[in-house]
Design a protein around this ligand. Structure first.
Ligand code: KG4
Ligand code: ZN
Length: 345
């Protein structure tokens, strides 16, 4: 265990992911096995299928990560053995309980057999720490926007581990809104990447969609009215026999979502006096959102950090980054921990 390697497992939703990181934060392996194809025909993630797929693939994904790390380290001979790890990290929650249980149980078995500590990681903290993969010197206080399929949160990070959640969504999460709009248009699942590709050639001012709770001092979000407005627009245009211009619709929808995200982030930065901003979660992979925050907040002298694009959607690299820091602090979990589907920041 001289290299202090941490192997981390993520299985909170429909990605089975395993990463290996060293004590200095060098990522030696980053494997993601996605189940998207198995869920796409149902238009969303089916929890029971997710659990079963994790059970099927987890050993193969761990093996692939051990092999990837072996070549990254330039080691000859057999693949890195679990006994050479310093700790095993795992997402404890939040997420789908049956999916989480697979990762937690496997991580326990692996850590126990290897005789190394187990480290429990909060998935939401993982999305935040993904920023450290690009910007190791990110330091609180700062404002963090979490936009994923399950969460929409504006957070004042006062110190590492000291979070003040300024506001959350009252209904749909941002990623969920992307998925529902894509579904209403019959475009497939997940909707985020599809809508963002369409929006590239669209006019964001073509259709005026509502911006909910767009008031100073209000950090809550609401997406369901926007989703309804988009569905109503589709119905009206279809009834009138007009063709829907998908790129304009996608760009206008994105503009309505991201305008609100920008204004609330800017207000939170002003109110708290923080000079740094970062973002995370699947929707943070969106190139328009990333570019808008970098440009508009950057103009105001705010340093904006974004995670690597492939570390925005669920992955184990971000879980490994949290676990690596917990290893340094000796922050270990007991072997009787359970998955916690409702964990919050
Ligand atoms: O973080 P994530 O992988 O899973 C959760 O923890 O929820 O986020 C998945 C969400 C999905 O709703 C997906 O549609 C959205 O992130 N997403 C995007 C993009 N890529 C993924 N939304 C907007 N633009 C994208 N490029
Ligand atoms: Zn996530």
């Amino acid at each position: 265990a001289s290299r202090r390697l941490v192997l981390a497992i993520e299985s909170s939703c429909d990605e089975t992911a395993v990463a290996i990181i060293d004590a200095e934060g060098n990522l030696l392996a980053n494997q993601v096995s996605t189940q998207i194809d198995f869920h796409a025909r149902f238009g969303g993630v089916v929890p029971e299928i997710a659990s079963r797929k994790h059970v099927e693939v987890i050993v193969g994904v761990v093996d692939a990560a051990l092999e990837e790390a072996t070549s990254a380290l330039g080691l000859g001979g057999g693949a890195l053995a679990p006994g050479e790890l310093a700790a095993v990290g795992v997402t404890q929650g939040p997420g789908l309980v049956g999916a989480l249980v697979v990762g937690v149980a496997f991580a326990k078995g692996l850590a126990w057999a290897a005789g190394v500590p187990l480290i429990a990681v909060n998935h939401l903290e993982g999305h935040l720490y993904a920023n450290l993969l690009t910007t190791p010197d990110l330091k609180p206080p700062f404002i963090f926007t979490l936009v994923s399929g399950g969460h929409t949160m504006l957070v004042h990070v006062k110190a590492w581990g000291a979070y003040e959640v300024l506001g959350e969504t009252l209904d749909d999460a941002v990623g969920e809104a992307f998925d529902k709009v894509a579904k209403a248009l019959g475009l497939g699942y997940p909707g985020g990447p599809i809508i963002s590709r369409l929006a590239e050639t669209g006019n964001p001012h073509a259709i005026e969609f509502p911006r909910a709770l767009n008031r100073k001092g209000d950090y809550r979000f609401s997406l369901s009215g926007l989703k309804t407005a988009v569905v109503t627009y589709i119905e009206q245009e279809t009834a009138a026999g007009r063709a829907i211009h998908l790129p304009d619709l996608a760009a206008s929808f994105e503009a309505a979502v991201f305008d609100v995200q920008y204004k609330k982030a800017r207000n939170a930065l002003r109110e708290t006096g923080a000079r740094e901003y970062c973002i995370g979660g699947g929707v943070a992979a969106n190139p328009h959102l990333r570019a808008m925050m970098i440009k508009k907040l950057g103009r105001q002298g705010i340093r904006v950090t974004v995670p690597p694009q492939n570390a925005c959607t669920d992955n184990a690299a971000m879980i490994a980054e949290v676990a690596r820091r917990k290893l340094a602090e000796g922050d270990f979990a007991c072997f009787d921990i359970d998955a916690d589907p409702n964990m919050t920041l």
